[in-house]
Design a protein around this ligand. Structure first.
Ligand SMILES: [Ca+2]
Ligand SMILES: [Ca+2]
Length: 381
């Protein structure tokens, strides 16, 4: 008999307290300034970017190899083509791909066990409404990168340097580190809902920065020295992109050199990417998509569009209970062998306990607590 190690009661308790957590306290006083119209700001940005392209060029220092955008009014200008006439400058269109996150808590009692049936709280992800349907980003690839493409929800190790349209260095908050997307339920609540351990909110790139990374590849290998220096095998991808504020920080200024609503020039290097198990349920996110898509190049829609719980806005890769039966997926993957708790792979045939659907995706296939352990009662004959 397959038995699942007991552990849900502690989990239920911690989830209950998570549900009680108050929403963010964004409005703590002061004057609330209404946001500007996004279309109007984008039109303004498009104009100032067009002017920038006419008056700046790609500068390559012959001695140091330094590459940057520079103004034709600068003394070192030597007749190079301006950006609008430079065939190396490309453009691409992206939409705003951010998601609004809402915490949903449901508390119903299971008549069979008297326990919280839907003890597992969840987050709903809704695409952010943006009147601007398409943003143009101009970019110049410095290095394609010799490693691999990053998937859109991979954690990425990047370094970036930001300038404003006057080619001034913006106070740069983005030191080289790992950035992840999107926020998971553990990160949203500030702690791992399974272990209770504190979880820091990871750094987030802007929508524009994240999307331009699809134009380059990682290095083949990377190691970080004790002094923070970065050694790479192969060449990391690097590009310079002019990102309209709608896909950057929009109304939020960055330091003193980038005011709200201004475009940013981002010089970004992609060192590494890692795939994740976002919801920590034991199934890597790249497998929490429609089975026919596994192993193909996955899009945001592939990740966000797959839900088996009945909650359309809570995709499986961000859901710790994929069939919404009140038993977290990680518990449904567990078994005990010689007293040691082990986990089946997501596609292990032995997970098809009740029907041909794995039990963690089958709401009707649910273990019950008996003598402090989880027991499957409705097994296949
Ligand atoms: Ca999941
Ligand atoms: Ca479940």
């Amino acid at each position: 008999m397959k038995r699942i190690f007991a552990g849900l009661s502690i989990l239920s308790l911690s989830l209950f307290f998570a549900n009680c957590k108050s929403d963010d306290n964004a409005n703590t006083g002061g004057t609330v300034v209404p946001l500007r119209d996004r279309t109007e700001v984008y039109t303004e940005n498009t104009d100032s970017i067009a002017k920038y392209l006419k008056n700046n060029y790609i500068y390559e220092n012959p001695t140091t190899g330094e590459i940057k955008f520079d103004s034709i009014t600068n003394g070192i200008y030597d007749g190079e083509p301006t950006l609008d006439k430079d065939t190396r400058l490309k453009s691409v269109t992206f939409k705003n791909d951010l998601y609004a996150i809402k915490s949903i808590a449901t508390k119903t009692i299971d008549p069979m066990t008297g326990m919280w049936k839907d003890a597992v709280t969840r987050l709903e992800y809704t695409p952010v409404e943006d009147d601007v349907k398409e943003y143009t980003i101009h970019y110049f690839i410095i290095n394609e990168g010799t490693g691999k493409k990053a998937m859109p929800i991979d954690s990425v190790y990047v370094k970036s340097k930001v300038h404003n349209l006057d080619n001034e260095v913006v106070t740069n908050p983005y030191k080289p580190e790992y950035y992840s997307f999107p926020l998971t339920i553990h990160e949203f609540n500030g702690r791992n809902l399974v272990t209770g351990k504190t979880v820091a909110r990871p750094a987030q790139l802007t929508s524009g920065e994240r999307q331009v990374l699809s134009l380059i590849k990682t290095a083949e290998g990377v190691s970080i020295g004790a002094d923070g220096s970065i050694q790479t095998q192969g060449t990391p991808g690097r590009l310079i992109a002019i990102i309209p504020s709608g896909l950057y920080t929009f109304n939020n200024p960055v330091g003193t050199k980038l005011k709200g609503y201004q475009p940013a020039i981002v010089d970004i290097t992609l060192y590494n990417s890692l795939d994740r198990d976002h919801d920590l349920d034991g199934i890597p996110s790249k497998y929490e998509v429609d089975p026919s898509k596994i192993g193909t190049e996955l899009t945001m829609e592939d990740y966000f569009g797959y839900s088996t719980s009945g909650f359309e806005k809570t995709p499986n890769f961000l859901n710790i209970d994929d069939d919404d039966d009140g038993v977290p997926t990680y518990l449904e993957l567990q078994y005990k062998e010689n007293g040691i708790v082990k986990y089946y792979q997501y596609d292990d045939e032995r997970l098809k306990i009740c029907t041909d659907t794995p039990n963690y995706l089958d709401k009707t296939c649910r273990p019950y607590m008996e003598d402090g352990e989880w027991v499957w009662k409705n097994k296949k004959p």
